[in-house]
Ligand binder design. Sequence first.
Ligand SMILES: NC(=O)c1ccc[n+]([C@@H]2O[C@H](COP(=O)([O-])OP(=O)(O)OC[C@H]3O[C@@H](n4cnc5c(N)ncnc54)[C@H](O)[C@@H]3O)[C@@H](O)[C@H]2O)c1
Ligand SMILES: [Zn+2]
Ligand SMILES: [Zn+2]
Length: 355
Amino acid sequence: MDSSNKMQAAVLIKYNQVEWKTVPVPEIRSDQVLVRVGYAGICGSDQHIFSGDFHPRTRVPFIPGHEFAGTVAGVGERVKHFEVGDRVCIDPIIPCGQCAACELEHYPACTSLKLLGVDMDGGFGQFVAADEHMVYKLDDRISERDASLIEVYSIGFHACNRAGLKADDTVAIWGGGRIGHSIAQAARTRTANKIFIIDILEKRLEIARQYYHNVITINPDTQDPVKIIQEHTHNRGVDVAFEAVGHAHETRFAPHPVRACVQSIHGAGTVCVLGLADDPAPIVMKELIWREAKIVASRVSHGEFSEAITHLGKGDLVPDALVTTVMPASDAQKAFNMLQENPDDYLKIVLDLNS
Ligand SMILES: NC(=O)c1ccc[n+]([C@@H]2O[C@H](COP(=O)([O-])OP(=O)(O)OC[C@H]3O[C@@H](n4cnc5c(N)ncnc54)[C@H](O)[C@@H]3O)[C@@H](O)[C@H]2O)c1
Ligand SMILES: [Zn+2]
Ligand SMILES: [Zn+2]
């Protein structure tokens, strides 16, 4: 922040065009914290914002970024728990507080859920204003870069909580993308038992084999995942199957991922779905009912920031598996182009706001 209260930010000036430019530093209210952003991750929804898919929910000019962390640069007079210099990350979720789900304190299901960085300017600028209750202190052992992954990890931990994942459970994860890897790493903090990761992209399976212990990777274009899962679980099936695909490609050996999840679990097992596809997912109800299985949905997170911070601090997570590339935030346009042109080549691109 210079003396004229200006900062640099990657501003989406029109759809598909980001410019690194000088803009005013946001003003904070008395209950808000001003955060100097260190690193910010690019999420799939940022790509939708970039290309205009979220219009009119998002408008231009706009500063995206809901996965970020940094250092406290200022506090409002009513802020109690933070001071300048604290290392922090931000839970971007802003529930309405009024709908039926909010009355039940079930905030991920809020019908008008807003996100800092989607519905208001976010972390692709050097400074962000955030309400004190959205701010979490970091463990000293967490690097600035890795702190930008806490939001993604909170989604993985929330999914494990929604699925009721227990110690020693076996797990199958459909989709080895950013969310699939986040779930795999969160699951690994609870169970040392087998984890199956199913994806059609060999390089994503390769990352899993390289970084995770006791993982079995399956490409449904070359192998039948349900058969392999049965073989490795003494014809029992897994305790929990997660669907983290969304728009599913057809594969040679597996049905739609949600149906395959149902076929992979044992009787009384759990399927947890996260993928945000527009198409209906075909489920054969008999397959579900015979198992008297549970299907639960998982959306964003609900306080799992603390869990993610604790495990990241203890070294239980593998951030290097998630981060493909770090780039200066001034190159944000280039980063979005890279993701648009070769989406399969990247898990996370993280923007460095310091350079
Ligand atoms: N519920 C939530 O809280 C939440 C949060 C973030 C993202 N999402 C959604 O989760 C989904 C995954 O997000 P992501 O960022 O990991 O996306 P991603 O594109 O990085 O990962 C999806 C993966 O699925 C694989 N895939 C495609 N078809 C397949 C098939 N038939 N079988 C197995 N794998 C297949 C792709 O190769 C890819 O690796 C998206 O729909 C996204 O919108 C949900
Ligand atoms: Zn996101
Ligand atoms: Zn609400």
